[in-house]
Design a protein around this ligand. Structure first.
Ligand code: GPP
Ligand code: MG
Length: 305
């Protein structure tokens, strides 16, 4: 299919996902974003992610971009998807790429707001250490300030980073997690030390199955903005939500979101997010996958008690 046919195809799928949540796609915001990356759509990993509570009015889309396609933030700027800025958020991706082995990128947008984030993925056999990332000049100082805390709780190897240009925030996606660091006592102690909400027993059981754990940091404060525990699965029933309407909403999405790999079960990534004042849930349904997700499912979806 031609690039513009691909834009049409992915946009239609996005509309289908949005309808499940009663959200309307802003064609004006989405179309230029998809068009800027149209050459990668056919083979990309594509995720449509919903969230609960006050975040339920938005649906995010994430699209992987091969490193050969060039710096995706430069693409976003040259296509007018994001404004030029003097803030360090604008140099962080290129600084990361200069100092670390980035084997793939991704971009992220909102169906109502368009482009908002980039991701840098490190090779699965070369996850990056915290100190190396903390040394990147444009990285928020809060990464170095919290490095000791992260390391004490077994968070020291980073599989990818994300940069949110709208909120000016950075996520560090820690992988290669030891079972000890996901035990309820360790998770509770860590969240208390961070000043974040504490999950209930169901949330702690969920967190045990995490394949990635990621803090959100900013340039404005040394405080951790939020933490997310992510579980990859094909099971559409595992959201750790506490109320019936939320459970029903996640179930509808998990069982009906569009996906383009017929014959397999949907790949789903659930998130349990804790901020200082709230707990909320996320669910990314993979519209397109690669063998990497199949491998992750094999390794992690079997880890049920
Ligand atoms: C989740 O971050 C990350 C993804 C959905 C990216 C996966 C992308 C691929 C192309 C595989 P988040 O949306 O939970 O972070 P935040 O809400 O903090 O921005
Ligand atoms: Mg998101």
């Amino acid at each position: 299919m031609s690039g513009s046919g691909e834009v049409e195809r992915v946009y239609s799928a996005m509309e289908e996902a949005a309808r499940l949540l009663n959200i309307t796609c802003s064609r004006d915001k989405i179309w230029p974003t998809l068009t800027a990356y149209k050459d990668v759509l056919a083979d990309a990993v594509i995720v449509f992610s919903m969230a609960s509570g006050r975040h339920a009015t938005e649906l995010d889309f994430s699209i992987s971009v091969p490193s050969g396609h060039g710096d995706p933030y430069a693409t976003a700027r040259s296509n007018g998807l994001t404004a030029e800025t003097d803030h360090p958020v604008g140099t962080l991706l290129s600084d990361t790429q200069e100092r670390c082995p980035v084997h793939m990128y991704a971009i992220d947008g909102e169906i109502t707001g368009g482009f908002k984030k980039t991701y840098a993925f490190f090779p699965t056999d070369d996850l990056q250490g915290l100190s190396k990332l903390a040394d990147i000049p444009s990285m928020p100082r809060s990464v170095a300030e919290n490095a000791g805390l992260f390391a004490r709780y077994g968070l020291d190897k980073v599989q990818m980073t994300s940069i949110d240009y709208k909120r000016r925030q950075v996520n560090l996606y820690f992988g290669d997690l030891s079972p000890e660091s996901l035990q309820p006592e360790a998770v509770l102690s860590m969240l208390r030390e961070m000043g974040l909400q504490e999950p209930d027993e169901q949330g702690l059981e969920f967190a045990k199955r995490s394949f990635a754990v990621y803090p959100t940091l900013s340039w404005d404060s040394s405080k951790i903005e939020r933490m997310c525990f992510a579980v990859i699965t094909t099971d559409p029933t595992i959201v750790p939500a506490r109320t019936e309407p939320e459970i029903a909403q996640f179930s509808k999405y998990a069982n009906n979101a569009p996906y383009a790999y017929a014959g397999e079960r949907r790949t789903l990534v659930y998130g349990l997010t804790l901020s200082p004042s709230e707990e909320y849930y996320k669910l990314g349904s993979y519209y397109q996958i690669s063998d990497h997700q199949r491998k992750l499912l094999k390794a992690f979806d079997a880890l049920k008690d």
